[in-house]
Design a protein around this ligand. Structure first.
Ligand SMILES: [Zn+2]
Length: 172
């Protein structure tokens, strides 16, 4: 699952029916693999965790019974070339897709956060290069930061939603 939350003028944009943020279903490659939404070539079908693990298995990377992502990162940290290539290649379509968001919404800053931030050391350089290359010149001074995931973020987000619905705040 790849989500994106857009904050414009300090307000979280929730879209019709609160359904905004399904960044993983951005149509990237019509010839790409089938996504769990039924469409072909969605971003998450190309670079989501399930897609990366599947590519690693097809490349012959031995993933055991532990959490696949943790094993994938262990292999990358151990310098396993096939895994490094898979992660590096994932950065490009992700960064290019973010550039599209930046160009449409004139976004000034991107914050990468989530349980998968552990992939960042491996896909970050390709992500950043593609994001900058795909961004129009007036927006190219894009600020990109990465934050580790903490379980308290779920509670913080839920609290912000409740406060926003009550009118106590205008958004998290
Ligand atoms: Zn999809």
């Amino acid at each position: 699952m790849i989500k994106a939350t857009v904050v414009l003028e300090r307000r979280v944009q929730r879209g019709a029916n609160g359904f905004s943020g399904e960044f993983g279903h951005l149509p990237v490659d019509p010839a790409g693999p089938r996504c769990n939404c039924g469409n072909g070539g969605c971003l998450q079908a190309l670079v989501g965790q399930t897609a990366l693990l599947e590519r690693a298995r097809r490349a012959g990377v031995g993933l055991g019974l532990r959490d696949g992502l943790a094993e994938l990162i262990d292999a990358a940290e151990g310098g396993e070339r096939a895994v490094l290539t898979i992660l590096e290649e994932a950065g490009e379509p992700l960064g290019r897709s973010v550039a599209g968001l930046v160009n449409v919404l004139a976004i000034k800053a991107i914050k990468v956060i989530g349980e998968s931030h552990v992939r960042w050391p491996f896909l970050g350089p390709a992500f950043t290069a593609a994001a900058v290359a795909g961004t129009i010149e007036p927006l190219r001074d894009l600020e990109i930061t990465v934050s580790p995931w903490r379980d308290t973020e779920h509670a913080r987000g839920a609290a912000c939603l409740l406060l926003a619905r009550s009118g106590a705040i205008t958004g998290p």
